[in-house]
Design a protein around this ligand. Structure first.
Ligand SMILES: NC(=O)c1ccc[n+]([C@@H]2O[C@H](COP(=O)([O-])OP(=O)(O)OC[C@H]3O[C@@H](n4cnc5c(N)ncnc54)[C@H](O)[C@@H]3O)[C@@H](O)[C@H]2O)c1
Length: 438
């Protein structure tokens, strides 16, 4: 464990952001950062840019901005690069994705046009709805990992980068269970050379990043770096990792409402969640094997929060269903519907209906920014392996094998802020508060 108040290297120089999967989320993130730099756009939704942190007692009135409290990289020092299979530059992708307004995109056109993804590691077997146009060759997955490593090294030299961070914003891959090939680094490396089918493209990128000591975050629910071989590599090379699956729309709401119901000992009979979305992510998730990966990620949340084993009378056998409906007219403007059947005093039933009309990439983009900045901070602070304090951002938080993941958004936020306090040698905040009344 690192020491309280550990020395954190300063964020001097440029930070390269590596993105496998330059689709709607990635390009909304990049365009947003460009708009911040050139037009003073406000980073709404980003804790690193807008959040504050209380230090000491409430009477101390010390509440700095997080970015003034911990040494984060400046958004002006970020340089973007990434991989995709579609052969478009980022300007073309933003237009096709239809998330941001045309006038904003025209004003950012020169920067976005310059960004053309590198050829990707891709196999259709893992994302069945997509066809790869710009795809790496290479006899083995190991060769492909070496090509990714070369891309990264060239990018680093060309832009004189000081440090790098990688964030997977690629499509959701088919459901894979960890097997032998994922058990140890040795087995995984043998698997790369033998083209083991258990190794998906997202794992090849993650492996390349960790080999180079580059922190890695996974924004999708696929395994990617969430198995023992990758954790071993991350520990061996002293690299921070985190994932999986950005917590943005419906699950974000779920992890706000469920802890509230439990805090009042209100029971749950059923929770039906359906989503209507029409972007490319929706198209990929329309395919049963990619949906299965997402479904697992979305379903796990309620059990962990409600703990039916501790409260069988309230939460045993509640009915939980999640649907994703691909409906092209909705585009990126996802609509989430939740019907929640609860019961209270003497078992009397009640219902909650939630209709969240959200914008998927608008919710995810600030999470990408926070994650790369916090991962870079973690690396400079000497932290490595699984970064559970970043669970706040994920639907399926990666955690130590002997632990269950923490899903309650407010516990996650407290964990994140206490980690920052710890890094800076400040007292942790317990919210006890008895001292004010002595
Ligand atoms: N937007 C959200 O709120 C949200 C929330 C949670 C998770 N996610 C996940 O984030 C990911 C990105 O979402 P999006 O809306 O940008 O989807 P998108 O379809 O617009 O973008 C994904 C991109 O990944 C590319 N891709 C697929 N396989 C690749 C590979 N092997 N290498 C390089 N590129 C590859 C695709 O060509 C596409 O351009 C998805 O997996 C999605 O499930 C998004």
């Amino acid at each position: 464990m690192i020491k309280k108040g550990t020395k954190i290297a300063s964020p001097k120089g440029k930070l390269g952001i590596l993105i496998p999967g330059m689709g709607a989320v990635a390009t909304t993130f990049i365009a947003g950062v460009e708009a911040m730099r050139t037009q003073g756009a406000k980073p709404f939704g980003s804790l690193t840019q807008m959040g504050t942190i209380r230090l000491g007692k409430r009477t101390d009135k010390r509440v700095p901005l997080i970015k003034d409290f911990v040494p984060l990289a400046d958004v002006n020092d970020l340089v973007f690069g990434g991989w995709d299979i579609h052969g478009e530059n980022c300007y073309e992708t933003t237009i096709r994705s239809g998330v941001l307004e045309r006038t904003l995109l025209e004003s950012l056109k020169p920067q976005l046009q310059k960004l053309k993804p590198w050829n990707a590691v891709f196999e259709r077997k893992y994302v069945k709805r997509l066809h790869g146009k710009t795809v790496k060759k290479g006899k083995t997955k190991y060769d492909q990992a070496q090509q990714v490593i070369e891309d990264i090294q060239t990018f680093k030299e060309e832009h004189s980068l000081d440090r790098l961070a990688m964030i997977w914003c690629g499509s959701t891959e088919i459901f894979l269970k960890p097997g032998n090939v994922h058990a140890t680094l040795n087995e995984f490396e043998k698997g790369l050379k033998k083209n083991d089918p258990g190794i998906s493209p997202s794992m090849v990128y993650a492996y390349a990043a960790l080999q180079l000591g580059i922190p890695y975050a996974n924004g999708a629910p696929n395994l990617s770096a969430d198995f023992p071989a990758m954790v071993e590599l991350a520990q061996k090379n002293r690299v921070p990792i985190c994932g999986k699956d950005f917590k943005t729309g419906q699950t974000f709401m779920k992890t706000i409402i469920a802890p509230g119901l439990k805090s009042r000992m209100l029971g749950l009979k059923g929770w039906f969640s359906t989503n209507i979305l029409g972007n490319r992510d929706g198209e990929v998730l329309d395919e049963p094997q990619s949906f299965k990966t997402k479904e697992e990620s979305k379903l796990s949340v309620l059990d962990h929060i409600l703990q039916p084993e501790l409260y069988p009378e309230l939460y045993k056998d509640f009915h939980h269903q999640v649907r994703i409906n691909y409906y092209p007219p909705s585009g990126d403007n996802k609509e989430g519907w939740d019907n929640i059947d609860i019961f209270g005093w003497l078992g009397y039933p009640m219902q909650i209906k939630v209709n969240f009309l959200c914008r998927d990439s608008i919710l995810a983009a600030p999470l990408c920014l926070d994650l790369v900045l916090f991962l870079d901070l973690a690396k400079r602070a000497g932290m490595s392996g699984i970064q559970e304090w970043l669970s706040f951002y994920f639907k399926s938080p990666q955690c130590a094998p002997e632990l269950y993941p923490e899903h309650d958004l407010f516990i996650q936020l407290m964990k994140l802020k206490n980690t920052l306090r710890y890094l800076r040698g400040e007292d942790l905040i317990t919210h006890l508060g008895l001292e004010y009344y002595d």
